[in-house]
Ligand binder design. Structure first.
Ligand code: ZN
Length: 603
């Protein structure tokens, strides 16, 4: 189907239905006024929240109601404005919703500090006195676990006052990299002089022409090398800030302070790094395969992204993609499959096609009481089918979380956020692999699987290791200089690529261009999520219904338990190597299968 790019001309069945949130502007405005009034009324709770069971209950239930209202307004404005970024009316409404959210947060800021100050004995008594408080037990617990790391009122105020000027390093890094750095030019495969940018770099690294890949690699890092001292000072300042803040609050380390926010322990972080290091030979065998397939005598770092397989030129209508996805996920049971199918086909969950002014990419979004909406920019490609399955995973996780919990316990945490989406992608890949009609199709899918494990499991763990070591060196009093960081990074990269890959020295500068190092121990979550997902898929396939019930239970827990407790319901324990080993085994199996099919093709 050839699509128009004018939104109004796209049939309604391919657009999400936001009328269930607000049928018209008047309804939005009515709720907006109600929210405004509730926000200005809220500070009255400050005097009573820590005084009695009734006071605490009133403050928490009013807060929940306020945030439901604000969340609804915000989601409506945000989804609407994403369908056409050039629409000024949408943009204005979105701006108002963002301000409203900020106002709501400011007006309710005292909740956590007030709950922290209530005595333990008192809280226990209050649960008996006002049993309705029990439905807020997790909210209360989440506030109170901060107690050991909370400072006096004066210190907290001081930290809040300077918080605006903290955390500026990532902004400086990205401005420097995007606006100021110039990488010069290279000669492309057609002999044409082309400008190298951070974005085109990735494209040139995937070029079939080795000379182009090498030129892009050398040129890019030549530039980073020149500014290495600036990048190092920036990194040094950033890490020192995180180390100091952790120390001020009494955390064991900056790593501890960061994983505390996710209700995770450093043990899980370290277990990931340890297990991956014990299984680097699987990654080495992937690079062996790559070298052989590319017909190279030596694999350099600029060969790593060279394509192993061609693209698949099959096209899929959105209806076909929906059916393929539903069929792949049918294993999760009737309720899962029919809910999703109905949501996509008749429920107005999905905004399918690109149109002029629409935001790019894809996401799943919604709030308690709305549909779990999905934004796509569907172009009928093979990868678009996977994007649908991925976002459907997020949406079904939200659907079950919202359906089975009270609003205050309904939002799952960031630590488990990519589990359900990755499970769906893996289930789809395996089904498509089983049903693939040609060797080329099989190789394409296997290549996707291998790339995912290489990029998400191994590479992110490599980053996590560098990040941990950087913070440890800084906490130990070592200034993070260009030399120190480059040597450290090179040592780790060399280990992850192994002796059979030529580890070009320029890679020592790569840390300078990774924005995630300014995200305070974020990247390990990519690796733990794919490990959990891989292990879940293995259990689904091996154990069938009996296990699937546990997985669905996990999806329905929302935020009612800590992420580790909810994963335990699905028998996922990230403190031990097993779960990570499941992902490594799956990676190894894909390498083996790729080798077999590619080998028999050559004969
Ligand atoms: Zn996702």
């Amino acid at each position: 189907m050839k699509m128009t790019d004018v939104r109004a001309d796209i049939p309604a069945k391919y657009k999400w239905d936001l009328t269930e949130i607000y049928a018209d502007d008047a309804q939005f405005e009515a709720d907006f006024s109600r929210a405004k009034a509730a926000i200005s009324d809220y500070p009255k709770h400050e005097a009573t929240i820590a005084q009695s069971a009734a006071g605490l209950y009133a403050a928490l239930s009013d807060y929940t109601e306020l945030m439901l209202l604000v969340g609804r307004l915000y989601i409506y404005a945000h989804l609407n404005s994403d369908t056409d970024k050039s629409d000024n009316k949408n943009l204005a409404i979105y701006g108002r919703a963002v301000n409203l959210l900020n106002e709501a947060q400011a007006a309710t800021f005292f909740i956590v500090p007030s709950i922290i100050k209530i005595d333990d004995d008192k809280i226990c008594g209050w649960y008996k006195e006002e049993p309705r408080l029990l439905s807020f037990a997790r909210v209360i617990e989440l506030a109170r676990r901060r107690r050991p790391y909370t400072l006096s009122d004066e210190c907290e105020k001081l930290l809040a006052d300077i918080s605006n000027s903290l955390d500026s390093h990532s902004r400086i890094q990205s401005i420097f990299e995007d606006a100021d750095l110039r990488f010069g030019t290279i000669i492309d495969e057609n002999g044409k002089k082309v400008r190298l940018t951070d974005a085109t770099y990735v494209m040139y690294l995937m070029n079939k022409n080795r000379r182009v890949r090498r030129a892009a690699f050398k040129k890019l890092y030549e530039t980073y090398d020149q500014f290495g001292n600036t990048f190092a000072s920036l990194m040094d300042a950033y890490v020192r800030e995180k180390v100091s803040l952790a120390k001020i609050r009494g955390y064991e380390s900056s790593l501890h302070a960061s994983v505390f926010e996710d209700e995770v322990t450093p043990e899980i972080y370290n277990n990931l790094i340890k297990t991956i290091n014990e299984n680097l030979d699987v990654l080495y065998s992937y690079y062996d395969l790559k070298r052989e397939m590319l017909g190279l005598s030596a694999l350099h770092l600029y060969d790593i992204y060279a394509p192993l397989v061609g693209s698949i030129d099959k096209e899929y209508t959105f209806e076909e993609a929906t059916d393929i996805t539903i069929n792949a996920l049918r294993i999760l049971g009737d309720d899962y499959a029919t809910t999703l199918e109905d949501g996509i086909k008749n429920g107005g969950w999905v905004d399918v096609f690109p149109n002029r002014g629409k935001r790019g990419g894809a996401y799943s979004s919604g709030t308690y009481g709305t549909k779990p909406y999905i934004l796509l920019n569907y172009t009928s490609q093979f990868d678009d089918v996977f994007t649908l399955a991925h976002e459907a995973g997020h949406s079904m996780h939200s659907y079950y979380s919202h359906k089975n919990n009270e609003p205050q316990n309904s939002e799952y945490t960031i630590f488990v956020a990519e589990v359900a989406s990755t499970v769906n992608e893996l289930l789809l890949a395996r089904k498509m692999l089983r049903e693939a009609q040609s060797d080329d199709e099989k190789l394409y899918i296997l290549n996707q699987i291998m790339e995912t494990y290489k990029g998400t499991l191994y590479r992110q763990t490599m980053f996590a290791e560098f990040e941990r070591d950087m913070h440890e060196m800084s906490a130990g009093g070592q200034p993070l200089t260009k030399e120190l960081l480059c040597n450290k990074y090179y040592e780790i990269v060399k280990r992850y690529f192994g002796k059979r890959v030529v580890c070009d020295r320029e890679i020592a500068f790569e840390w300078m261009r990774i924005p995630h190092f300014y995200m305070n121990f974020y990247v390990y979550k990519y690796a733990t999520c794919i490990s959990a997902a891989s292990s879940i898929v293995k259990k689904i396939e091996e154990r069938g219904e009996e296990y699937i019930a546990k997985y669905l239970k996990f999806l329905s827990l929302g935020g009612s338990m800590s992420p580790l407790d909810s994963l335990a319901v699905a028998e996922i324990d990230l403190t031990k190597p097993d779960v990570i080993k499941d992902a490594i085994d799956d990676f190894e199996a894909a390498i083996k299968q790729f080798r077999e099919i590619a080998g028999s093709k050559q004969k």
